[in-house]
Structure formats: structure tokens, C-alpha cells
Design a binder for this molecule. Structure first.
Ligand code: ACO
Length: 402
């Protein structure tokens, strides 16, 4: 075949494609999306089947190693992860070094990059054994870190991991539990969170994943690369949207605008206001994850006996959008983030913890994509070109003559 990059090099031709609207940055065998048909598959498996029948750790294994594990393999991997869930004791001081109301995403990003200082024997991207160990350490320690960040914000004592609990159950326990109180965690909540994490686990070359690959392409270690992904995810146009959706719904509820008034503002692009949780670069029909989350939102709220007015507001917004020219023309539908926040809220997570939950879900995807990038012999350092639009050459003028 034609080697496009060497052809471009020879001709000096540069393509300009802001936001990578049409430019693939890589080949990948991990996740398949058909945006027009609303299809999402991990390693060939349809997302709805995985969401219904699989577990987060099983899906993580699938994404990272390419195949579904058998029982024995999954048990071995789970045991290995569980052996590493504890954080270095010095991390206690790390969490308290930040203002208690600092955003959890900022602390999480710092915490993940700090792992590189504790596990210096796992930093070489070209050493398969080291990457393998780093994979386990990240999967093991990030939930403990997120739970500790949540706990620290409340001022309550941090809890140590408990290897006898399941991965998700222990995460919920560390986030909400108290050391002197036994908590029976509702299995329906464990199942719902497991499912939400599966839905977030990978989404091919989205902004944060592309960031992880880009940073990793310089052979930066996996912690530095994943931490950069967390930074990208925090933006409200990306993972931060789940938090922004809830703020938007709350503002409408607290009487600023009616649903109709708010939608008019969105359509008139007043103050750049957008309907958060709507629209997607790739899905132009519907986001298959959103359909699953919407159903789960009803189930979980009902199960927890919570009647959240915000769910009615959200459905009202979707209903208007469904029949409105502005949204139809631009193919704007709810994305995965539109209803997730309502479930997280019903589960008791504070709004600021929503995006860290997305990060936990996306973690196996980032790891899988980092590893695929490192193992691919055609990978080159990510280094886009530009089209210069600045001043032509001019002569320096001494400061007293300007
Ligand atoms: N509300 C109102 N209008 C919107 C929205 C929205 N949520 N999203 C896009 N539009 C409009 C734009 O104003 C633009 O209109 P125009 O043609 O009149 O200028 C048109 O639709 C196309 O929008 P773009 O910004 O060009 O689409 P792009 O693919 O670049 O952006 C994005 C996708 C960032 C997701 C965008 O839809 C958005 O900002 N949505 C809200 C934030 C959000 O929910 N992000 C989560 C994304 S999914 C995820 O990360 C899990």
C-alpha cells in the first residue's frame, strides 16, 4: 500500500484538520464505533451485552488483553489486583496537602502521576514486565485513591481496602463507610455502578485517550500518561460534562429558568450556553450508552425509593430536544453523561465525584490504548504540524525605540 506519511513528507504537503474531524491518529483493534448506526463494541462484543452480563474487571481484562478471561484467569487477575489495593501510607499526607474543597479531579491527576515516584521499578514502557505490573498497580490503587479523595473532602477518616470484598463493593465501602460501622451495601447499587463503569471503559480515540497516547508516544511512563488523560477528562466538554449536567439541572430546578426558557437560551447560544450532556463528535444518531443509562436511572431511583425532580427536568429537556429543529438538524442527542449524574447522585456521591467515577471507568481503556500504542512498531512520537499564520520576518527594535 501507499505510505501516506512518507508521501506527505516527500511532497511537503500538510493537512489541516482542527479537532481531528476527519483525521485518524492511529489504527486500533480495541473499540469499534459506528456513529451513524449508534454501535459500540469492545473487542467485537456489543456494549449492551457487556453492560448486561459482564463485570467491570472482566471488561478491563477484555480491553487490555483482547479476549474474555475464563473463570480461573479472572480469579487470578482479581486476586493479583486485590493484593495491591493499599496505598503507601505517605499518601495520607499527600491527600491532606490539598485544600479540602480542592476539585477531586485535580487531586486524582496529581495522585496518579505521583505513583511514578513510589513504583520506580515499573516506569519503562519498553519493558513488558514493568508495564504489566504498572497495569495491576493502576487498576488496584486508583479506586482506593478516589475513595480516599472523597473521604478527605468530608473530613472523615480514610479506610483501608478490604481484600475480602469485591472490587466495586470495596470501592463503595471505602467511599461511604465508617471504620466503626458495618455497612451492608445494596447489591443493586454495586451492580449499577459496575455497569456504569463498563459503559465508560473505552471509547476509542476520544480526547483523554488521545492524550494518553500522545504523552505515551514520547515514551513517558504510564502514570504520567494516564494522569494527562485525567486532566483532559476533567474538561466540561468531555468527562466534566457529567458534573456540568447536574449543575445545569439544579439551576433550572432552583428557579432560574423554566425548561423552555433554558432551551431558548441554548438555541440562541446566549452566553455560549450549551445543553450539557447533549451532542457527540461521533454519534450522530444516538449514543447507545445513553439509552442504557437512561433505563438504569429509572431502575436505580425506583429501587432506592428516590423521586428526583431533576430526572423529570432531564426528561423534559430531552423531550423538547427530540422534536426541536435546532437539535434535529445538528443531530444532537443525549450522550452517556446526560443521565449518569442522576444515578451517581441517587447513590450518594457528591457532584464533584462524578468525573472521578468516569475516570475510574475509563482507566482500563487508557491502559489498553497505552499498551497498544507502545507495542505497535509503527508508533512514532505524536507531533502534529501546523499552518503558521503569524507575522513574516521582522527586525528586532530596541525597547526605547518602540
Ligand atoms: N448544546 C447546544 N448546541 C450544541 C451542543 C449542545 N450540547 N453540542 C453541539 N451543539 C451545536 C453547536 O453549537 C454547533 O452548532 P452550529 O453549527 O450552529 O455552530 C453544532 O451543534 C455542532 O457542534 P460542534 O461543537 O461543532 O460539535 P463537536 O463535535 O465539535 O462537539 C461536543 C461535540 C463537544 C460533545 C459538543 O456536542 C458539546 O459541547 N456537548 C456538550 C458537552 C458534553 O456533553 N460533552 C460530553 C461529550 S461525551 C463524553 O465525553 C463522554
Amino acid at each position: 500500500g501507499v505510505n501516506i506519511s512518507s508521501l506527505l513528507k516527500q511532497t511537503g504537503l500538510v493537512t489541516l484538520d482542527p479537532g481531528f474531524m476527519n483525521t485518524a491518529s492511529t489504527t486500533s483493534a480495541i473499540t469499534y464505533i459506528d456513529g451513524d448506526k449508534g454501535i459500540l463494541r469492545y473487542r467485537g462484543y456489543p456494549i449492551d451485552q457487556l453492560a448486561k452480563d459482564s463485570t467491570f474487571l472482566e471488561v478491563a481484562y477484555l480491553l487490555i488483553y483482547g479476549e474474555l478471561p475464563d473463570t480461573e484467569t479472572l480469579e487470578a487477575v482479581t486476586r493479583r489486583i486485590k493484593r495491591h489495593t493499599i496505598l503507601h501510607e505517605d499518601f495520607k499526607a499527600f491527600f491532606t496537602a490539598f485544600p479540602a474543597n480542592g476539585h477531586p479531579m485535580a487531586i486524582l491527576q496529581s495522585g496518579i502521576s505521583a505513583l511514578a515516584t513510589y513504583y520506580q521499578h515499573t516506569l519503562d514502557p519498553k519493558d513488558h514486565y514493568q508495564v504489566e505490573l504498572a497495569t495491576v498497580l493502576l487498576m488496584a490503587k486508583v479506586p482506593t485513591m478516589i475513595a480516599s479523595i472523597a473521604k478527605r473532602a468530608t473530613g472523615l477518616p480514610l479506610l483501608y481496602p478490604d481484600a475480602s470484598k469485591s472490587y466495586i463493593e470495596d470501592f463503595i465501602r471505602m467511599t461511604f463507610g465508617l471504620p466503626y460501622q458495618r455497612h451492608d451495601i445494596d447489591p443493586a447499587i454495586v451492580k449499577a455502578l459496575d455497569m456504569l463503569l463498563i459503559l465508560h471503559a473505552d471509547h476509542e480515540q476520544n480526547c483523554s485517550t488521545s492524550t494518553v497516547r500522545m504523552v505515551g508516544s514520547a515514551h513517558a511512563n504510564i502514570y504520567a500518561s494516564v494522569a494527562a488523560g485525567v486532566g483532559a477528562l476533567s474538561g466540561p466538554l468531555h468527562g466534566g460534562a457529567n458534573e456540568a449536567v447536574l449543575e445545569m439541572l439544579s439551576r433550572i430546578q432552583s428557579g432560574g429558568d423554566t425548561v423552555e426558557q433554558f432551551m431558548t437560551k441554548v438555541k440562541n447560544k446566549e452566553d455560549g450556553v450549551r445543553l450539557m450532556g447533549f451532542g457527540h463528535r461521533v454519534y450522530k444518531n444516538y449514543d447507545p450508552r445513553a439509552a442504557i443509562v437512561k433505563e438504569a436511572a429509572h431502575d436505580v431511583l425506583q429501587r432506592l425509593g428516590k423521586n428526583d425532580e431533576l430526572l423529570d427536568i432531564a426528561m423534559g429537556l430531552e423531550e423538547i430536544a427530540l422534536h426541536d429543529e435546532y437539535f434535529i438538524e445538528r443531530k444532537l442527542y443525549p450522550n452517556v453523561d446526560f443521565y449518569t449524574g442522576l444515578i451517581y447522585k441517587a447513590m450518594g456521591f457528591p457532584t464533584q465525584m462524578f468525573t472521578p467515577l468516569f475516570a475510574l471507568g475509563r482507566l482500563p481503556g487508557w491502559i489498553a490504548q497505552y499498551r497498544e500504542m507502545i507495542e505497535d512498531p509503527t508508533t512514532k512520537i505524536g507531533r502534529p504540524r501546523q499552518v503558521y499564520t503569524g507575522s513574516p520576518e521582522r527586525q528586532y527594535v530596541a525597547i526605547d525605540q518602540r
